[in-house]
Design a binder for this molecule. Sequence first.
Ligand code: ADP
Length: 476
Amino acid sequence: MTKVLFVVSECAPLVKTGGLADVAGALPLALGAFDCDVRILLPGYRAVMAQLSKTRVLETYDDLFGGPAKLRHCVHAGLTLYVIDAPHLYDREGGIYGDVTGQDWPDNPARFAALSYVGATIADKGAGDWTPDILHGHDWQAGLTPEYLHVAACDVPFVFTVHNIAFHGNTTADQLNALRLAPTRFNADHFEFWGQISALKAGLMGAAKITTVSLTYAEELLTPEFGIGMDGVLRYRKAELSGIVNGIDAATWNPATDPNIKPYKSAAGKAANKKMLQKTFGLDPSDGPLCVLVSRLTEQKGIDLLVDALPELLSHGGQLALLGSGDPKLEVSLLEFAAHNENVAVKIGYDENLSHQMMAGGDVILVPSRFEPCGLTQLYGLRYGTVPLVALTGGLADTVINASPAALSNNAATGIQFFPVNAQALTNAFRRLCALYQQPKVWKILQRNGMKQAVGWDMSAAEYHAIYRGLTKASS
Ligand code: ADP
């Protein structure tokens, strides 16, 4: 039995802002099949504490980065959790990373240093009668963990997974003492990054193994365009870097049993869901291709390209139903576009149930991202017979097979890819999509190929297990 502690800032179904939460909620269960006991260390945000009952206090801290705290233990939705109950850090109105206006919390460095610190403490001293063999941290919020392992002189190996390199978790050097970091390690070999403290760099430099969430993104990260300042660090650590594609929670995302939709086993069952979705979004019951998009609305996601490219889709009788929230400027431009186009409907907000209905009712799932470490919605689309139209980047390149003539004739094609990521290429992709949609036989083959693709966690969990085994063998 390999004992692993995830150190992570969000975890579905308890608290989620993006794909990281899905991974943290599903991968531990998948690793159970590989004789791994994976437990999860999570901040006790207000929304998390409200959902937990019957917790047991394992540890108390008089001063955890500015106030008293407790480490609580419980099992929730099949997940074994350690939750940091620290009201001064986590009990507040607003989002988990920022206030209601979207501004990052100014004390984020301390809030997530505390997460990393407690992770290292559990590795060093255990939690109750349980001590992990491996710490597995995710993104910058867990990046300082190896620094606290160093301070505690604890040699439990640290695995670091990069879900998105764009977030560095930097803070100013005058925080060294407040964050309880060793001043002697404020240098380029550890966590110093151009004069600042970088939690992400600390994780990358201190990890025994680094993974990211697709093979293509692992290669892209080594380039200045995608490495976003960390490409040099990653080239330095290249020997320890690998890509393991994300899976999806195949029980939650199963069109045959999904309680949010009219369940179906073959793509023929999508028609009834399409009608309902058109109604939900106030769209006409048209027969054209209904594209759906579920996303954070940010520059990364290529949302700004839509306004220029959508006229092509609409000119062929297509429709768009979009659900998302984020950048206020993008929200306004999408809402304005929808106000002038009856075949475009936009809902601003976050709605898990509706996102399932969109996968079931859509003909096409759009993911026009400029960069995409893995991406999950194209995987949901594959499972639901909703053909992905995606940018050729990161995990989107790895998980979708473009409908080229050769791939179509070999029954391999599952979707449509476009490159470069600009409005003209997306326009051309909409044209190709509409041409394919007008050939029902070809369209059915695309759907069937996609629905057959393995998108669960089994294969990827085996790869994580192999990494853990390599490390526990090395340290025993
Ligand atoms: P990222 O982690 O970069 O946001 P991913 O595609 O990896 O992108 O994961 C996003 C996850 O969040 C998916 O599960 C997606 O369905 C979900 N999601 C994003 N925006 C919304 C929304 N507005 N409503 C419901 N679910 C959303």
